[in-house]
Structures are given as C-alpha cells and as structure tokens.
Design a protein around this ligand. Structure first.
Ligand code: ZN
Ligand code: ZN
Length: 143
C-alpha cells in the first residue's frame, strides 16, 4: 500500500517541487488524523513527528501545499480554519458547525449535490461547499 506521504512526495516531484521534511511532516500529521486541526495544532504535531522542524517552516509548508492543491482548507467560522489532504487522499466530506456549542461535525460529501448542480445549471456558478462550514444547531443543542 502506498501511503499518503509517498503519494504526496511523488506529486511534489512530478511538479518539480521540493520534497522537504516540513512538507512531509504536514502530510504525515494530516494523514494520521480525522480531527479538525488548526494550523497551530498541525505545527505542534509536526514538531513531534520530526523534532527540529521550526514552526514557521511548518506554516510555510502548509501554505505551499495549499497553493499546490495538495492540501485544502476549510473555514469553520469562529472555530478557525482547518486542513485536509486534498482529493483522493482524504474522504470527501462537508462540515457542519453548531452555532450554539461550536462542535464541528462531518457530513457526507454529496449532501448538497442536487443544489450544486442546480446552481451550476441555472446561474453558471460553481459552488464549493467543502470550503466552508454550514451553520446550524446540533441535536444536543436543539431545544
Ligand atoms: Zn451544539
Ligand atoms: Zn473535515
């Protein structure tokens, strides 16, 4: 089995990009969790995975991987921004954030498929619901 780290390293090489310890550490951290980590938390864990890496280098690696399309980020509102491996390296899902308790839930990636198609057809607009958290009230907080 090929790991996400190996796949990403290969994709970096294919694009003539540098394969750096910090970039690999970021991918390793993201591949090893289903949590919604902030940039700070990714920095902390990357330092644990590869001691000696500077935090600033990790942030730069995160940005670079984002620009290269290998990592996506999701705006979670007040809960900040979180990161996932892009495309086939992470299961596609949407995010639901409870406006009361702030918990972020994962939802299947296709729940807005009909809406996405309709908006595309009627307005020519390409919706990207995976880039934001949808706001609502979770079942624990519902009155
Ligand atoms: Zn809630
Ligand atoms: Zn997620």
């Amino acid at each position: 089995m090929t790991s996400a780290v190996e796949v990403t390293a290969q994709r970096l090489r294919d694009r003539g990009e540098r394969v750096t310890p910090a970039r690999l550490a970021v991918v390793e951290v993201l591949a090893g969790t289903e949590e919604h980590l902030s940039a700070e938390q990714i920095g902390e864990r990357a330092e644990q995975v590869r001691p000696g890496i500077h935090r600033a280098t990790v942030y730069r690696a995160l940005d670079a991987l984002g620009e290269l399309g290998l990592v996506t980020h999701v705006h979670l509102g007040r809960a900040g921004t979180t990161y996932h491996l892009a495309g086939d390296l992470a299961p596609r899902h949407l995010h639901l954030r409870c406006s009361n308790c702030g918990t972020v839930y994962d939802a299947p990636g296709d729940i807005l498929e009909a809406a996405r198609r309709k908006v595309q057809r009627e307005l020519g607009f390409q919706l990207a619901p995976e880039q934001v958290a949808l706001i609502g009230v979770c079942k624990d907080c519902r009155p």
